[in-house]
Design a protein around this ligand. Structure first.
Ligand code: IVH
Length: 680
């Protein structure tokens, strides 16, 4: 078959094979990916689907046929017990009134209807199946009749109840229950995730919705587990029990069963709905999640059912969409921020523009690849979107209206703060300023060092840090401990008392535990959790200083990137100097004194565990180590002294014995929730 004979689907298939081949090459050979893993997965899945339709084109050289590339089995399909419908939209109060008139003609009781208003969550629909109270399966919406089964991914969502109700005495769960909800990522969690990725030199995500969608459709659920997904449930799809007859009762019933449910407004009539719309635009700004409108539902579900369905949308509910918060403006300049770990992050200076009641002058550009991938040029008209409280972001340039005066941008070769050359690490998207005495990093390093979760030095705010740095009194965090009272008294705004207090706070911080000191060092990717693991494994900074890459990589909870960042940090002569200064000044805790993580993470103190079956994310050795490190004990056989039996795949007879003895049986996710995820 020649190329000319291909239909558009077949052409797309061939195009995707070529596209994925070239992205594979960039990823595996050049170590320089230009698309995110999510985008890759989406292309990959699209190709799988097309190849299923046209098996003759599934040639042995197709990227889907390569051993070693991502797993090629796509998701299995799961049929929904009833169609998972969508909604019609309204954009104004008039359209809402027209809707009520329309439905009142079909059923006159709609004229006197009560309504419920719920936030229209901007996430991904999920359908959850429960049998006798146990979460058994879950799926995406798919084509509304059949979805993709993503049970294992859904299990990783901590707010998803694995068993309902929470208090078995209160309600008997229906034998079969299927509910619908929306999975999404909170804005604050999204910001935290991006900050973490940025500091680790990894590609940041563009917005919470795409991140949520991409995370839920991972073929490897351990990747989903690392994303801060959450959930709200708002509808019963089917149930073996009799159902509540209003939407209001449905939400309280769902809540009673242990589901997280959305906020709502109950409105006695449509005027109340319309009055409330403005409030919602305001409320929207205060929410920690993105909504793109409100859903207005007839409260009486019998009436709603009677009204039936047009196409794929029920007549008994409608989505009121907020005006789009996307505007065009001119990108006046591209500037660069230098972060604490030296990462250079480009941002756009915009001709000020109002979006959703807020004037926007700047927007993040993520990283330099983003600028070149989107072909963003200085002087371009760009589309800017602001969603909730997330920093506004640039969707892309409007290329058709270019005048020719726009200038292509290239990343800086020197640090905009200290003017030293910048470096690019193979395989990472970020560019770094590696001069650790760069002022941008010095001030931020100290700010981080003294912060509440690190050495917690109260009274040493950014202003004072800047003063100290400008006066040349500190060139690294190591100098904090040799500050003299006379030095401080020279600074503006310092009198006896203030100087004494600050010196006292600095001295006090010498007693901080090892994990806090490790956090304080500001090693890329090493936050509180990883610091706790390192403190438990190494017990002092001398030992950590000697650690090899291989040794670090073998510690559960420490990935290769973090291990490498630790090695790099200790390899830098300036950092060795910091360590010497700390040691000389007696800032050198060791773990005879217990670490904060030890004290807090002793979650399993005194508890006796028995293991059976194969676990997904831990080897036997790792899980034992984690239980012991958290104060628990692992024994080989089930007895009346056993507190928990942790059950994996293909459990043995211990499981039956535990059931007989009435011992609490838990699965891996429940265990993870007990100890809080070590990988996060
Ligand atoms: S009700 C038949 N309620 O918005 C009932 N949907 O275009 C239809 N959505 O695909 C859904 N928040 O995924 C409903 N509180 C809410 C919602 C909500 C978000 C999504 C839903 C649907 C889309 C409608």
């Amino acid at each position: 078959m020649g190329f000319m004979e291909y239909n558009p689907h077949q052409q797309r298939l061939v195009e995707l094979q070529q596209l994925l081949r070239s992205h594979n090459y960039r990823y595996y050979i050049l170590n320089n990916p230009v698309i995110s893993d999510n985008e890759y997965d989406n292309y990959y899945r699209e190709l799988l689907e097309l190849e299923e339709k046209y098996p003759a084109l599934k040639t042995p050289d197709s990227p889907t046929q390569r051993a070693g590339t991502p797993p090629s089995e796509a998701f299995t399909r799961l049929e929904h017990p009833a169609p998972i419908l969508s909604l019609d939209n309204a954009f104004s109060a008039d359209e809402l009134r027209a809707w009520q008139e329309r439905i009142s003609r079909l059923d006159e009781s709609a004229a006197g209807a009560e309504f419920m208003m719920e936030p229209k969550l901007d996430g991904l629909t999920v359908v959850l199946h429960y049998e006798n109270g146990l979460f058994t399966r879950g799926a995406t919406r798919g084509n509304s009749v059949i979805g993709e089964e993503i049970t294992e991914n859904l299990r990783t969502i901590r707010t998803l109840p694995l068993r309902i109700p929470p208090d078995p005495e209160s309600t008997v769960p229906p034998q079969n229950l299927v509910v619908r909800g929306e999975a999404f990522i909170r804005i604050s969690d999204f910001d935290k995730l991006n900050k973490y990725l940025e500091e680790a030199g990894e590609r940041t995500y563009v917005n919470p919705r795409n991140t949520a969608a991409g995370s839920l459709r991972q073929l490897d659920s351990s990747l989903t587990a690392k994303r801060p997904l959450t959930l709200l449930v708002y509808q019963i799809v089917t149930s073996s029990d009799t159902l509540p007859r209003t939407q209001k009762e449905t939400l309280s019933y769902l809540e009673q069963l242990g589901f997280p449910t959305p906020d709502f407004d109950f409105c006695p009539d449509l005027d109340a709905v319309i009055n409330s719309l403005e409030d919602w635009e305001d409320r929207r700004r205060k929410l920690d999640y993105e909504i793109d409108g409100v859903v207005i539902k007839i409260n009486d579900l019998d009436l709603a059912d009677n009204l039936g369905v047009v196409g794929k949308a029920p007549r008994g509910a409608i989505a009121f969409k907020f005006p789009a918060q996307v505007v065009n403006t001119t990108l006046e300049d591209i500037r660069v921020n230098v972060g604490r770990t030296g990462v250079l992050t480009p941002y756009a200076v915009l001709e000020p523009v109002e979006i959703g009641g807020v004037t926007v002058k700047q927007a993040t550009l993520h990283n330099f690849d983003f600028i070149s991938d989107k072909d963003i040029r200085k002087g371009d008209r760009v589309m800017v979107k602001r969603a909730g409280e997330v920093i506004p972001y640039i969707m892309g340039p409007v290329k058709d209206i270019r005048t020719g005066a726009e200038r292509v941008y290239s990343p800086p070769e020197i640090c905009p703060v200290c003017q030293e050359p910048v470096e690019h690490i193979e395989g990472e998207v970020a560019w770094y300023c590696v001069n650790s005495s760069c002022e941008a990093q010095l001030i931020r390093n100290i700010e981080h060092f003294v912060s509440r979760t690190a050495m917690d030095i109260v009274g040493l705010g950014i202003k004072i840090v800047e003063q100290l740095a400008n006066e040349g009194l500190i060139t690294s965090v190591g100098d904090l401990y040799s500050l003299q009272k006379a030095d401080l008294l020279k600074l503006e705004g310092f009198a006896e008392k203030k100087a004494d207090n600050l010196l006292e706070a600095i001295t006090q911080s010498k007693n901080q535990l090892l994990d806090r000191l490790i956090t304080a060092l500001g090693i890329r990717g090493v936050g509180e959790v990883v610091s706790g693991i390192l403190a438990r494994n190494y017990r002092n900074l001398d030992a950590l200083n000697q650690a090899s890459l291989e040794e670090l990589e073998n510690i559960p909870g420490i990935g290769p990137n973090i291990a490498q960042a630790i090695i790099d940090w200790f390899n830098r002569p300036t950092n060795q100097q910091v360590l010497r200064k700390l040691k000389v000044n007696g800032v050198w805790p060791s773990v005879e004194t217990k670490t904060k993580a030890d004290l807090e993470d002793m979650k399993l103190t005194g508890l006796v565990f028995v293991l059976t079956g194969k676990l997904k994310s831990y080897t036997r050795g790792e899980i034992k180590e984690i239980i012991q490190a958290s104060g628990g004990k692992v024994t080989g056989s089930v007895s009346a002294n056993t507190d928990y039996i942790l059950v994996g795949d293909d459990p043995g007879s211990k499981h039956d014995k535990a059931q007989e003895l009435g011992i609490k049986i838990i699965i891996e996710d429940e265990f993870r929730a007990m100890i809080k995820d070590f990988n996060n």
